[in-house]
Structures are given as C-alpha cells and as structure tokens.
Design a protein. Structure first.
Length: 218
C-alpha cells in the first residue's frame, strides 16, 4: 500500500488511545473486548441457572444444559482476557519509528515506519511487523481503514502539521515551533489533500518554505 495521505480523518475513537501528543501516538489492541463482552453477558445467566440448580433443586436438562453452556462461555472468555497477549503499538512521530510490544512474550521490536506493511481485512487496517510477519496489530482509529491509514501517515509525517482533530489541538503550537526551528523541511510523504497549518499566520510563515501543491498527487 502507498505511503500517501488520501483523505482527512472525520472521526477518531479516543478510547483507543493510551497516550497522544506531538511526538508519540500509543495504541492498545482492543482484541480482548469481544471475549470481555461475552464474559459479562454470560455472567447473569450463569447466576440464574446456578441458583435454579443449587437452591431450587431444578435438575432437569432445561436448567443443567444452559448452566453448562454459560459456565463454559464465562470460563473460556475469562481465560482469554487474562492470558491473551496485551499488544501495544507506539508511533514516534519525530523519530519515524514504531515499537511493537507483546506483554505475554515480553518482547518489544522497534522498526522504521517506512518499512511497515499494511493490509486491510474486513475494512480494518492491520499493521504488520516487517521483522515478524506473523505479528500484526489491528488499528481502530476512525470510521474505516482508509481513514486510519491516512491518519497514521499524516501523523508520522513530522514535517507536516498535526492531523485536524481536537485531540491534537493543544500540541499544535509546540509542533509548529519545532518545525519552524528546523527551517520547515519539506513533507516526507505525498498527499491527495491540503494539509494546512492551524492558523492563517502560521500557514503564511510556512509557505515561505514549501506549499502543499508541490507535494500533492492526483
């Protein structure tokens, strides 16, 4: 997949962030949410059928079979949540690096952002570790995989302003001053859209060095 900004993010799911600022975007893998959901769903049914069997002496298959099924779902999903590897993905904007971390294996791999492999499956963006292609990380940032990929590339282009969302607003001035101190180097990746500065004044100052049109693709 091309490293280019194809669209502007329309929505960002804040609950998937561990931390975000002008330098670091750290994400958790929400794969455990499914098992956790079924664990909570099965719990009240488990208590109900357990009550019927133990205290109301309801030993018929009508109560025992649902009890066994609920117990199986609760235990299997609970164990999955407890022992599932907790993955963490950290994007370092200013360094151009990405860190993969697997809590179960206690391993952390650092790779250059430019070497990452991306794939889309069921409209979900997956980031593949080039050092271990069997290791992937699902990304749930916005509405769809295309927006998620554009957002990551935009964020990791340290020479462009931060993406247009309120979670980045408090860091825009710091990021602008950092780029200004370096003489506003040109963008690292092409874009199909304009990536403007936060204010007209900042836009005018940056355009003394480079303009969006020069780094846009059709």
């Amino acid at each position: 997949m091309l490293f280019e900004i194809s669209t502007s993010p329309t929505k960002i799911k804040i609950n998937n962030y561990i931390s975000v600022n002008e330098e670091v975007l750290e994400l958790k893998d929400p794969s455990f949410i499914g098992p956790l959901f079924w664990c909570f769903v099965s719990l009240p049914f488990l208590f109900y059928f357990l009550w019927q069997v133990l205290y109301n002496n309801q030993f018929s298959f009508f109560y025992k079979i649902p009890l066994i099924l609920c117990l199986f779902v609760f235990i299997s999903c609970g164990l999955t949540v407890i022992f599932m590897p907790k993955k963490k993905l950290t994007f370092f904007r200013t360094k151009g690096m990405v860190f993969f971390r697997d809590s179960k294996r206690r391993k952390e791999a650092s790779v250059d952002f430019n070497t990452l492999k991306f794939s889309i499956k069921d409209n979900t963006l997956q980031v593949i570790n080039p050092k271990n292609i069997s290791s992937s990380h699902k990304i749930f940032l916005g509405i769809n995989a295309v927006e998620d990929l554009s957002l990551l590339i935009w964020y990791m282009d340290k020479n462009r302003p931060l993406p247009p969302h309120k979670v980045f607003d408090e860091y825009r001035n710091l990021d602008f001053e950092r780029r200004k101190a370096k003489g506003f180097p040109p963008p690292l990746y092409k874009s199909k859209i304009i990536t403007p500065e936060a204010t007209p004044e900042q836009q005018a100052e940056r355009e003394k060095y480079w303009k969006d049109k020069k780094y846009m693709v059709s």
